[in-house]
Design a protein around this ligand. Structure first.
Ligand code: ZN
Length: 160
């Protein structure tokens, strides 16, 4: 199994499913204020990453169903961390190549990448996704997911 985000949310005005984040809680499409803020979202998403690593030895689950608005954010976060980790592995061959090597969240943020690399990768991911999307609501959601990714990048230290 995997850990999904248990709460769901939709804009009360335009119906966009998104996560009202602290300091980014208004609807990214229509700007309507959210009636709640999901303060626990960042911590929950990292717990889910930690669970994937501890249970499966991987950051990105082989199968991930999107059941709530938050699951889209989680998936983007998994992709981001997975691609940074993959780059680290290719540049640092060693015991981490062993199947089911467990990296802790602390190691993940201290060792595998830098804040700068993370931001570059996240922007690249979002730009690529935006170029494939026509719908304005989906574009607005992607930009909001980018805010979440930037907060993940804040967890990396500036220097390796
Ligand atoms: Zn809205």
């Amino acid at each position: 199994m995997t850990i999904h985000y248990y709460r769901d949310y939709k804009c009360r005005k335009c119906g966009l499913p998104y996560i009202p984040l602290p300091n980014a809680s208004k609807c990214p499409y229509c700007g309507y204020p959210a009636d709640q803020v999901f303060e626990d979202f960042m911590d929950s998403s990292l717990e889910s990453v930690s669970y994937n690593i501890n249970s499966w030895g991987i950051i990105l689950p082989a199968a991930w169903g999107v059941f709530t608005a938050g699951d889209n954010y989680y998936l983007a976060g998994f992709y981001l961390l997975h691609s940074l980790y993959f780059k680290y592995l290719s540049e640092n061959p060693g015991p981490q190549y062993l199947l089911h090597y467990r990296i802790s969240l602390k190691e993940l943020f201290e060792k595998i990448s830098t804040k700068e690399e993370c931001i570059t990768k996240a922007k690249d991911m979002i730009m690529k996704s935006l170029s494939k999307v026509e719908d304005d609501k989906e574009k607005a959601l992607l930009k909001h997911i980018n805010i979440f990714l930037m907060r993940i990048c804040d967890k990396f230290s500036e220097e390796k």
